[in-house]
Ligand binder design. Structure first.
Ligand code: NAD
Length: 368
């Protein structure tokens, strides 16, 4: 019987709607599984700006540093688009990622059988797919110096720099090896060592960490362009993929679309180990605040619920409970429950956000 601290930041748009369903799931685990969560709730994004004049207050940031995990809904919305860059809702999210130093972004691409028709690929290629992409999140070309636009008139130059240190590569490599050990024990590292020195270093450091710390894990290397091709040719060949910030950005979106709807995709961002031995962690659905459907009861809560399942697995060391929750989601999809985003391409009964939450909780009860 553990007590885990969780900071919930529902955010804007559909964020609070999907988070309401997650809170019901958390209640279920407290009541039925006797897992005690110490939950605090706060503001991030546009709603934080409305109240505090900043998308993430210092007090919320301090809370984030202290808890076992942060669970975020979504931020943003059209009414905030004209704000100064520093005040925009997304800055709140970026501040969390930066100050918590969340360097390993985990993006699972899992295809639920009931949704296999949703994929743009053939059913047999995606059915049963379960891969994990680990993207380095705090370095590489998005942060490297020098950067900028120089020169004038017809002679301007746009500059960005890919830069990785040994430590930055080794720490994300360790996160990926650890994950592989908890899964099928296979890791594929992707870079462009054929044309980029940062890729050469990446490959050397992956080999170093492998030989010295994880010789039991099967490690392979692939150039990122070939990896992209293999992802759409035969994605099931992969277990865990680790790659840099830029390639990870592209490859994880590509892998996500193998599985269908944005409303189904969870994510985790992990950082350095805390005194508890667990990593600093932020869990969030991949989707945004979906202003086009906010307030209509149409949002799919599964991505956020599956993000909580990731928290159970990676922050609370409750892998069995995470699998249990994922199974409940899989069951309701097999039984034909569909929020609006899932209805077009596959048959089923259209349900609202809260009805999807009901169905998942009923399933958790049924499986007990
Ligand atoms: P979006 O993900 O919010 O929406 C894209 C499309 O997918 C919309 O049609 C939306 O209705 C649909 N959709 C998304 N999530 C869904 C769900 N759970 N259930 C059903 N349908 C869903 O992306 P966008 O429209 O490009 O951005 C909207 C706002 O969200 C912007 O302000 C953007 O900056 C912000 N955003 C935030 C995050 C984040 O908080 N991590 C991520 C992306 C975008």
């Amino acid at each position: 019987m553990g007590k885990f601290s969780l900071l919930i930041l529902p955010g804007d748009g559909i964020g609070p709607e999907v988070m309401t369903e997650v809170k019901r799931v958390i209640d279920w685990f407290e009541q039925r599984r006797k897992i005690i969560f110490n939950v605090e709730e706060d503001l991030v994004g546009g709603c934080a700006y409305d109240k505090y004049g900043t998308p993430l207050s210092d007090s919320t940031m301090n809370k984030a540093h202290k808890v076992d995990a942060v669970l975020l809904g979504a931020v943003g919305g059209p009414i905030y688009e004209k704000l100064h860059f520093d005040k925009q809702p997304e800055r709140g999210l970026l501040r969390l990622r930066k100050e918590m130093d969340l360097y390993a972004n985990l993006r699972p691409a899992q295809c639920f059988d009931a949704l296999a028709d949703f994929s743009s690929l053939k059913k047999d290629i995606v059915s049963g797919l379960d891969i994990m992409i680990v993207r380095e999140l705090t370095s590489g070309i998005y942060f490297g110096e020098p950067r900028g636009i120089e020169g004038h008139g017809d002679n301007r130059v746009g500059i960005n720099t890919t830069r990785y240190t040994t430590n930055e590569i080794r720490r994300v490599a360790r996160s990926a090896f650890e994950l592989a050990r908890k899964r099928d024990n296979r890791l594929c590292s992707m870079e462009k060592a054929n044309v980029m020195e940062s890729g050469v270093l990446w490959r050397e450091e992956l080999k170093y960490v492998h030989e010295n710390e994880y010789p039991d894990v099967e490690l392979s290397h692939m150039y990122a362009d070939a990896g992209a091709m293999q992802l759409v040719r035969w994605p099931k060949q992969f277990d865990v993929i680790v790659t840099d910030n830029l390639f990870g950005d592209i490859l994880s979106d590509c892998a996500a679309m193998l599985t269908g709807s944005l409303g189904m995709l969870p994510s985790a961002s992990l950082g350095t180990l805390m005194d508890s031995g667990l990593p600093k962690a932020l869990y969030e659905p991949v989707h945004g605040s979906a202003p086009d459907i906010a307030g209509l009861g149409q949002a799919n809560p599964c991505a956020c619920i599956l993000s909580f399942a990731m928290a159970l697995r990676y922050s609370f060391d409750k892998g069995n409970e995470a699998t249990y929750l994922e199974q409940a989601v899989q069951n309701v999809l097999s039984e034909g429950f569909r929020t609006k985003d899932l209805i077009q391409a596959s048959k089923g009964k259209e349900v609202s956000t809260s009805e999807m939450g009901d169905a998942i909780i009923n399933n958790l009860e049924k499986m007990r």
